[in-house]
Write a protein of this length. Structure first.
Length: 405
């Protein structure tokens, strides 16, 4: 059922990556790391690989990545990327294609290469897909843009109206309007329904439909992800800044939605975050659902500023079981704090320790309650009178977080 999933990739050359190998991807994959380390570039490399069924499709995705990054404000006015053919455009598409000088990657799905050859004042585009090679002179290069509707990319600025409208068509075709509205109501109970009216995404509240822009980026992002998961049935969804605009109180709801819907639609998801809260939520919800088909990976750099191979965890639950368990006590402003920590080393290719990674849970509340119970027990043993500790006075709170590497 998941034969189409990308499980491993070797990026031989693309942007900041050279001879970079990552393995062990599952149905839902979260990518982490510090700012400007290459998370988006890594996801773009995966996107190009799964999209490149032929020259037209490869040209489309390479062009689209650069176009979206450089011209977000022109997306709806310059070109509709969701049509199969692009005709009579008034901009030079080759400028965007030329921005990617080299791309070479091999995965469990396909081997894909692209480069620009310049020799004797002539320029040509060299494509190689699964061993089939073709060189096209730039002067004779004609573009027919071709996209797979089951592969979607939501960038960190979110979707434009036309992206959301196209994905919503999958909701209609699968008769999922009621489910979509139920998901939205869980996110914001003031929203009665969602529709496309006069070619504009709109939400109904207090009996009146209003443009979705009036409800903030979080709701738009949430609806976009739901529609995308239905549109990407048996395909792929890539989301840059998965928590974009989402309040931290809604993160568990978002992950529960992603994990359950991706399983239902057999969609492989790659998502990027540098939010500790998002990672905590990912671990928490995965454990709640007993979800095993997930991975978390993080990108790190060594002292030479080279991006190291991804440090991968098969699942966060398994990671916690495998790591050494420590109970650590600390003082903060005179108050005692306890943490239950599971740590493991991160080793580079040369066997050098570059940091530690793991899960940590604040157990201060449990420890305080434990001390109260011990005190009550000791008083009871030494006296004919027992000290009663009301259950209502003991509150347990816990959080999970991944320490910085």
């Amino acid at each position: 059922m998941n034969e189409h999933f990308l499980t491993e990739i070797e990026i031989k050359q693309f942007k900041c990556f050279t001879d970079f190998i990552a393995t062990g991807f599952k149905r839902v994959n979260l990518i982490g790391g510090k700012n400007n380390i290459g998370k988006t570039a890594f996801m773009e490399a995966c996107l190009i690989n799964v999209c490149s069924k032929n020259i037209n499709a490869m040209t489309t995705v390479i062009h689209g990545i650069k176009f979206i990054r450089e011209n977000l404000n022109l997306i709806e006015t310059a070109v509709n990327f969701h049509s199969r053919n692009l005709i009579n455009t008034n901009f030079n598409y080759q400028n965007f294609l030329d921005a990617t000088r080299n791309y070479s990657a091999k995965s469990n799905l396909s081997s894909t290469e692209f480069c620009i050859i310049e020799k004797d004042a002539t320029k040509a585009y060299h494509y190689k897909i699964n061993g089939h090679s073709k060189i096209i002179n730039a002067n004779n290069f004609n573009v027919i843009f071709e996209r797979d509707s089951t592969i979607k990319f939501i960038d960190n600025f979110g979707w434009a109206d036309n992206d959301l409208i196209e994905a919503y068509q999958a909701i209609q075709q699968q008769d999922q309007e009621n489910n979509l509205n139920a998901f939205i109501k869980q996110f914001d109970d003031s929203i009665e329904s969602f529709k496309i009216i006069s070619n504009k995404p709109q939400c109904k509240t207090k009996g009146e439909y209003r443009d979705i822009v009036e409800f903030g980026d979080g709701l738009r992002h949430y609806i976009s992800i739901i529609c995308a998961l239905y549109a990407c049935k048996n395909g792929y969804l890539f989301v840059d800044e998965i928590d974009n605009g989402i309040h931290y109180t809604q993160l568990d709801r978002l992950w529960e939605l992603l994990l359950t819907l991706s399983k239902k639609t057999n969609t492989q998801v790659f998502a990027i975050t540098h939010s500790k809260e998002m990672l905590e939520s990912f671990a928490r919800v995965a454990k709640k659902l007993n979800e095993q088909d997930i991975s978390y990976t993080t990108l790190v750099k060594n002292n030479q500023q080279e991006i190291l191979k991804i440090q991968k965890k098969s699942t966060l639950v398994q990671l916690k079981r495998q790591q050494k368990r420590l109970i650590e006590k600390s003082l903060n402003l005179g108050n005692e704090h306890w943490a239950e920590t599971f740590k493991s080393p991160v080793i580079d290719e040369n066997g050098q320790l570059i940091g530690t990674v793991g899960l940590s849970r604040d157990i201060t509340a449990e420890k305080i309650a434990e001390e109260k119970l011990k005190l009550a027990a000791s008083i009871y043993e030494c006296s004919s009178e027992a000290m009663l500790v009301p259950l209502t006075s003991i509150t347990f709170k816990s959080t999970n977080h991944l320490p910085e590497t």
